[in-house]
Ligand binder design. Structure first.
Ligand code: NAD
Length: 275
C-alpha cells in the first residue's frame, strides 16, 4: 500500500491516513468500512460512543484481511471513566468489535472536572502492559491535561487525537506534541465538509494541482505530519480521500493554508464537554 506509516513513541507503526466512522449507524458501518477496506484503507477509527463497533467489527472480519495488516482504534466513552469501569468498558469494546486486541485505545474526552482521567489512564497502562492494546493515547487533551498525565503516570500517550483542520490548525498543541513525542491525530480533518471545502483559496490550490478541495486539505495534513481519519459514507469520496499520494503542495500552498487559521472550533470545547 502507498499509505505511509507514522512510528509511534513505543515503536508501533500506524497508517498516517485512516477511515473515521463517527455518525455512521451500526448497520451502515458494515457497508462503509467494507468499502473503505476495499479501497485500501487499513486503519479504522471508531469509538464506544459511536455505537458502531459491532458493524465495524463485522466488516473487519468479513474482509478476510489479516489482523496484522489492520489498525483498529477505539475510544473509552465518557460515562466509563474510572479504573475498574475502564477495564470493563475495554472488554465490552473488544467483544463488540470481535477482536482480541486493539491497536490504539484512546480516552475520548478528558472530563477534567470529574477528576478521573488519571485513574482511567492507569487502567490504560494495565491494558497496554497486558498486551491487549498495542498503544494507548488520549483525545481532546490540551497541553495542561497532558502535563498532569506526565506528572502522575508513566507511559507517554502515543497519540493525542484533537480537532484539527485548516481553520483550527492547533499550532500550540502540535508544538507541545512534537516536543513530547506524541503523535498528533486530526479529527474532523475536512472541517466536517462544512464551508471549509468551499473556501476559494482551497479551490484555487486544488485547481492548480488538478485535485479536489478535500484532497488538497488531506495533503496539507499529511505534509504537516498529522495522522488523518476522514469520514465519508459515499463510495466515490471514500476512494477520493485515499487518493492523495500522487501530488505535493508547495510552500506557496502551505502559506495560503496558513492564512485560513482562525482558531474556529466546530466541535465541543474540551475544557467543558461532558458528552
Ligand atoms: P470530516 O472532517 O472527516 O468530514 C466528513 C464530512 O465531510 C462527510 O460527512 C461529508 O459530508 C464531507 N466529505 C467527506 N469527504 C468528502 C469529499 N471527498 N468531498 C466533499 N465532501 C466530503 O469529519 P468527521 O467525521 O467529524 O471527522 C472524521 C473522524 O474523526 C470521525 O469520523 C471520527 O472517527 C473522528 N472524530 C473524533 C472526535 C473525537 O472527539 N475524538 C470528534 C469528531 C470526529
Amino acid at each position: 500500500s502507498r499509505i505511509p506509516s507514522i512510528t509511534l513513541n513505543n515503536g508501533v507503526e500506524m497508517p498516517q491516513l485512516g477511515f473515521g466512522v463517527w455518525q455512521i449507524a451500526d448497520d451502515e458501518a458494515f457497508t462503509a468500512v467494507g468499502q473503505a477496506l476495499e479501497a485500501g484503507y487499513r486503519s479504522i477509527d471508531t469509538a464506544a460512543a459511536y455505537g458502531n463497533e459491532q458493524g465495524t467489527g463485522k466488516a473487519l472480519a468479513a474482509s478476510g484481511i489479516d489482523r496484522g495488516e489492520l489498525f483498529v482504534t477505539t475510544k473509552l466513552q465518557n460515562a466509563d471513566h474510572g479504573y475498574d469501569s475502564t477495564l470493563r468498558a475495554f472488554d465490552a469494546s473488544l467483544t463488540r468489535l470481535g477482536l482480541d486486541y486493539i491497536d490504539l485505545y484512546l480516552i475520548h474526552w478528558p472530563m477534567a472536572w470529574r477528576g478521573e482521567f488519571v485513574n482511567t489512564y492507569r487502567a490504560f497502562e494495565k491494558i497496554l502492559s497486558d498486551g491487549r492494546a498495542k498503544a494507548i493515547g488520549v483525545s481532546n487533551f490540551q497541553p495542561h491535561h497532558l502535563e498532569q498525565l506526565s506528572a502522575e503516570t508513566s507511559v507517554v500517550p502515543a497519540v493525542d487525537q484533537i480537532e484539527l483542520h485548516p481553520q483550527s490548525a492547533q499550532t500550540e498543541a502540535r508544538a507541545y506534541h512534537a516536543q513530547h513525542n506524541i503523535a498528533t491525530e486530526a479529527w474532523s480533518p475536512l472541517g466536517q465538509g462544512k464551508g471549509l471545502l468551499d473556501d476559494p483559496k482551497i479551490a484555487e490550490i486544488a485547481r492548480k494541482h488538478g485535485v479536489t478541495p478535500a484532497q488538497a486539505v488531506l495533503r496539507w495534513h499529511l505534509q504537516l505530519g498529522n495522522i488523518v481519519i476522514p469520514k465519508s459514507a459515499t463510495p466515490s469520496r471514500i476512494k477520493e480521500n485515499i487518493d492523495v499520494f500522487g501530488f505535493e503542495l508547495d510552500d506557496d500552498d502551505i502559506a495560503s493554508f496558513a492564512t485560513l487559521d482562525s482558531g474556529t472550533r466546530l466541535g465541543p470545547d474540551p475544557e467543558s464537554f461532558d458528552g
